[in-house]
Ligand binder design. Structure first.
Ligand SMILES: Nc1ncnc2c1ncn2[C@@H]1O[C@H](COP(=O)(O)OP(=O)(O)OP(=O)(O)O)[C@@H](O)[C@H]1O
Ligand SMILES: [Mg+2]
Length: 305
């Protein structure tokens, strides 16, 4: 759906024409019907990438193809829905008027437009407010309207720049639900965010962008698996023989009262702990695999810089 090859953008900023490498050799492929989360801290180049995807910026080097075609062909643009980072709508319009206006821009016939606008208002749960002027809208409502606007042309590919920005947990959930619903309808969704949790909950694949470079990309479960986790085991009712074996087999041991906590670094160590139970040298009070989170991966990538 989106394919980039060494896509790069350098800005020259200020009087001294200081060079800023906003995007540095991006190689990325977004597949059909997936939800792709583009994760990165402020200033990492997310918006720059997205503007390159939709043709608002020209690359300094490299290229981007959408549906295997150049982005400047009208055929491509008409099948992309795009929500910019900060939509500044004319706030004397009502939600209905705004969507109808975008429908006209996309050359939708009046008869189709009316139905489409109603459908979208219902999808983003704004039908109750359709005759209210946008200046009375909350941030969450405007954000949802922005998504509706991006969908007016019934695009195959939906690109959303920070769709959850500034929303409370309820608002974020609504946006997540809309995105999941779009996937169910066969769309491909690419969105940027720095909210890890939203990515963990809904994305098929994730790309981590730091300082204009893609540091990590893949399926979230595989990314998490690649990270070495550990299992926290707490023993109780240990025999002295059991305790001696634990001292031999684990490096990190915390003793508290009649309980002993160890960290099993691999499968064998977990097996060993269970064998002590089988041999009646100990009982297990708790055994908890510690799953790495996307946050751990993200922080690790940041620290590598
Ligand atoms: N038009 C521009 N002129 C000069 N520098 C720019 C321009 N646009 C972006 N930059 C710089 O490029 C870098 C990447 O910016 P970009 O807006 O793509 O980041 P971002 O990941 O979207 O950040 P945020 O999370 O804050 O939205 C930043 O250092 C920014 O200052
Ligand atoms: Mg941005």
């Amino acid at each position: 759906m989106i394919k980039t090859h060494n896509l790069s953008k350098t800005f020259f900023s200020g009087f001294l024409r200081k060079k800023i490498k906003a995007l540095d050799g991006l190689n990325l492929e977004v597949k059909s019907n997936e939800i792709f989360g583009y994760l990165g801290p402020n200033g990492s180049g997310k918006t720059t990438s997205i503007k390159l995807f939709v043709g608002l910026l020209k690359p300094s080097a490299g290229r981007v193809k959408i549906f295997n075609q150049d982005i400047n062909s009208q055929n491509v643009l008409s099948q992309i829905g795009y929500m910019p980072e900060a939509s500044n709508f004319y706030d004397y319009l009502t939600a209905w008027e705004l969507l109808d206006y975008y429908g006209q821009l996309c050359h939708l016939k009046k008869s189709i437009r009316g139905r489409r606008v109603e459908e979208l208002l219902s999808l983003v749960e704004l039908e109750r407010f359709k005759t209210m002027q946008l200046r009375g809208f909350s941030k969450g409502m405007l954000q949802r309207l922005g998504i509706a606007q991006a969908l007016i042309n019934d695009p195959k590919l939906v690109i959303l720049d920070e769709p959850m920005a500034g929303l409370d947990p309820g608002g974020r959930k609504k946006v997540r639900d809309i995105i999941i619903d779009l996937k169910r309808k066969g769309k491909t969704i690419f969105f940027s965010t720095h909210v890890l949790w939203d990515v963990e909950l809904i994305c098929d694949r994730v790309g981590i962008l730091i300082d204009g470079r893609l540091k990590n990309v893949g399926r979230l479960d595989e990314m998490l698996q690649r990270e070495d986790g550990f299992t926290e085991i707490i023993f109780k009712s240990l025999t002295s023989e059991g305790m001696a074996e634990i001292r031999k087999n684990f490096s990190q041991i915390v003793e508290e009262g009649n309980q002993v906590l160890v960290y099993a670094r691999d499968e064998q160590q977990v097996e060993f702990a269970l064998s002590l139970v089988n041999q009646k040298k100990a009982k297990i009070f708790s055994l908890a695999p510690q799953r790495k989170t996307l946050e751990d991966i993200f922080i690790k990538e940041l620290e590598k810089n």
